[in-house]
Design a protein around this ligand. Structure first.
Ligand SMILES: [Zn+2]
Length: 246
C-alpha cells in the first residue's frame, strides 16, 4: 500500500471512530474520546449513589468521603454528570430569565457565561466533575453560594478541609479565587478528578470548538462568533486551576 492510500485509510478510520466510538475506543492519545462523549451526547457508564461519575472518579470520591466522615463531615454531591440536554435546560432557563429583564440577547449570553457553560462545553459532561457541600449540615437555602464557604458561612470548615485534602484523592478545585484568572467566577464547590479530566480537556481543545457549538440548537448562538469563541476558550475553558491543565 503506498503511503497516500495508507494515510487515507487511517484517517477514514479515525474519523469514523470519532463519531461513533464510545470512550477509550482508540489507544492513541489524541482520539481517546469521541466528540459526542465530550459534549455530553453519549451515554457513558456512570457510578455512584446520589451522583454519577466515571468509575475511577467514583472510587476516588468514596475514599475522599470516608476520610471526610472521620472529621464529622459528609461530602454531598449537589451536581455531577450532566448531559448536553440537561445543561441546555439550565442555559435556556437562565438566558430567558435575563431576556425577560429586557437585557439584549448578547448581554444575556455574556451574563450566562459568568457561571454557566455553553451546552457542549461544560466539564460536567465528562463524568469527572462534582459540585459538593457538607451534607452533615442541613440547610433550606440554596447551598452553592460563595458566602457559605467563607467568613461565618456554614461550609467554611468543609471548604478548608477540602483545600487541605481533596488533592490527595486526585480532586482539584477548577474555578479558583485566583484574581488573575478570567472566565467563570470563583466556585469553591466545584471539583474535578484530574487524572481523567486532564486528557479530556486536552482533546476537547484540539477539536474545533466553534463548529461543535455552532452545530447545536442553542439560544444566543448567533453571538458565538470566531472572536467570541476564541475568548471563551481562553478565559472560560482554559481559565482554570493550573493543576488541571496539561
Ligand atoms: Zn460545577
Amino acid at each position: 500500500m503506498n503511503s497516500r492510500r495508507k494515510f487515507l485509510k487511517t484517517s477514514a478510520f479515525a474519523s469514523i471512530a470519532i463519531i461513533s466510538a464510545p470512550s477509550l475506543a482508540l489507544s492513541t492519545s489524541t482520539n481517546r474520546y469521541s466528540n459526542r462523549y465530550l459534549i455530553g451526547k453519549s451515554t457513558p457508564a456512570l457510578y455512584g449513589k446520589g451522583y454519577r461519575l466515571l468509575k475511577r472518579a467514583h472510587e476516588a470520591f468514596l475514599d475522599m468521603d470516608s476520610a471526610a466522615r472521620k472529621h464529622g463531615m459528609r461530602i454531598r454531591v449537589v451536581s455531577s454528570y450532566r448531559s448536553f440536554y440537561h445543561q441546555n435546560l439550565i442555559w435556556t432557563r437562565k438566558y430567558n430569565r435575563y431576556r425577560s429583564r429586557k437585557l439584549s440577547p448578547k448581554t444575556a449570553v455574556e451574563y450566562n457565561i459568568r457561571y454557566t457553560a455553553i451546552p457542549g462545553s461544560s466539564r460536567h459532561h465528562w463524568g469527572t466533575e462534582i459540585d459538593v457541600v457538607d451534607g452533615s449540615i442541613k440547610t433550606s437555602r440554596y447551598p452553592l453560594n460563595t458566602k457559605n464557604f467563607h467568613g461565618y458561612g456554614i461550609y467554611k470548615n468543609f471548604r478548608e478541609w477540602m483545600d487541605e485534602n481533596a488533592y490527595k484523592y486526585g480532586y482539584f478545585r477548577v474555578y479558583t479565587n485566583d484574581h488573575t484568572r478570567r472566565g467563570f467566577k470563583y466556585e469553591p464547590w466545584h471539583y474535578s478528578f484530574a487524572e481523567l479530566a486532564k486528557p479530556m480537556l486536552k482533546e476537547y481543545t484540539e477539536r474545533d470548538v466553534q463548529n461543535i457549538l455552532k452545530e447545536q440548537e442553542l439560544l444566543g448562538k448567533k453571538y458565538f462568533t470566531e472572536t467570541f469563541i476564541k475568548q471563551y476558550t481562553k478565559d472560560n475553558i482554559l481559565g482554570i486551576n493550573k493543576n488541571l491543565l496539561v
